[in-house]
Design a protein around this ligand. Structure first.
Ligand SMILES: [Mg+2]
Length: 242
C-alpha cells in the first residue's frame, strides 16, 4: 500500500501534471502478480489517480478512502468551498480542488503563502465541524479525521494479508504507521522525509527514505526479491538499508 504524491511521484508545482517517478509503473505492474494486493491510497480523486497510474490490477483509492458523506457533511463542505473560493482570490497560487467528499487547497506554485493561507482557512473552518490536515503544499479539508487509517483497516479485513508494506510522506501516513504497529500483523512502514514535514514525524516507521526515486528503487528490489522467492517477506533489501 502506498500513498501517491511525495511517495511515488514528486511534488511538482502543477498537481495535475505529476506523473510517477521512473520505474514505478513497471514495478507496480510486476507486483500485481507477486502479492495479494497492490493499493495506491491518496488524497487525490480516483479519476486523477486513474489517469496518472494506468496499471491494471492496482487498486486505486482516492480521497484518502473517505466513504459517502452524510447530507449535513455535504452541506458543510459546500459552504466552506464557497467561502474559501472568495477568501483565496487574492493569491494566484492558491488552487481549490473540490472532490466528492473533501476539498484540497493547493499552493505548490506559491509556497511562501502557506502560513497565511493556513490562518485564513483555519478561520473559515472554525466551528464548522470540518477538519483540516496540513500536508505537503496542500491543505486537505474533510468532514472526518483519520480516514486513511480507517480505510487501511477495512482493506485488512477484506484482503486478509499476511503482511503489509505501507509507504507515505505526510501526517495521515504517519498516523497509519502508528495504527499498523498496534495491529497484529507483520508490517514494514516506510516514511518519506521532506523539508515541509517535521523531522520527527515518522516515529513508527521502520525505514525512512529520501524521496520517490528511492521508493521506486526499493519497489524494484522487492520485485526482484519476491520473483526470486528470497526468504524474509518484508526484510529491507540490503542496497536500500545501507
Ligand atoms: Mg503524499
Amino acid at each position: 500500500m502506498t500513498d501517491y504524491d511525495g511517495t511515488i511521484a514528486p511534488i511538482v508545482s502543477d498537481p495535475t501534471h505529476a506523473p510517477p517517478v521512473p520505474g514505478v509503473v513497471e514495478h507496480l505492474d510486476a507486483l500485481v502478480s507477486l502479492v495479494r494486493g497492490v493499493v495506491v491510497l491518496s488524497g487525490r480523486s480516483e479519476t486523477s489517480l486513474r489517469s496518472l497510474l494506468p496499471v491494471r490490477g492496482v487498486l486505486l483509492i482516492g480521497e484518502n478512502g473517505i466513504e459517502a458523506l452524510t447530507p449535513e457533511e455535504d452541506v458543510r463542505l459546500r459552504l466552506f468551498r464557497e467561502r474559501a473560493t472568495v477568501a483565496v482570490e487574492r493569491w494566484s497560487g492558491a488552487v481549490i480542488e473540490a472532490k466528492t467528499a473533501s476539498i484540497s487547497v493547493h499552493f505548490r506554485s506559491q509556497p511562501e503563502i502557506g502560513a497565511e493561507l493556513e490562518r485564513v482557512l483555519a478561520d473559515l473552518i472554525h466551528g464548522s465541524g470540518l477538519m483540516m490536515v496540513a500536508n505537503r503544499m496542500v491543505f486537505d479539508i474533510q468532514p472526518r479525521r483519520g480516514t486513511k487509517l480507517r480505510c487501511v483497516c477495512r482493506l485488512i479485513r477484506e484482503m486478509k494479508p499476511v503482511a503489509i508494506l505501507y509507504a507515505g510522506d505526510s501526517r495521515e501516513d504517519a498516523h497509519v504507521h502508528r495504527g499498523l504497529k498496534a495491529a497484529r500483523i507483520e508490517t514494514l512502514c516506510i516514511g518519506l522525509k521532506s523539508t515541509e514535514m517535521p523531522a520527527d514525524l515518522f516515529k513508527y516507521a521502520d525505514l525512512i527514505l529520501d524521496g520517490p526515486s528511492e521508493m521506486s528503487a526499493l519497489l524494484g528490489r522487492l520485485v526482484q526479491r519476491w520473483r526470486d522467492r528470497t526468504p524474509g517477506l518484508l526484510q529491507v533489501p540490503d542496497a536500500v538499508s545501507t
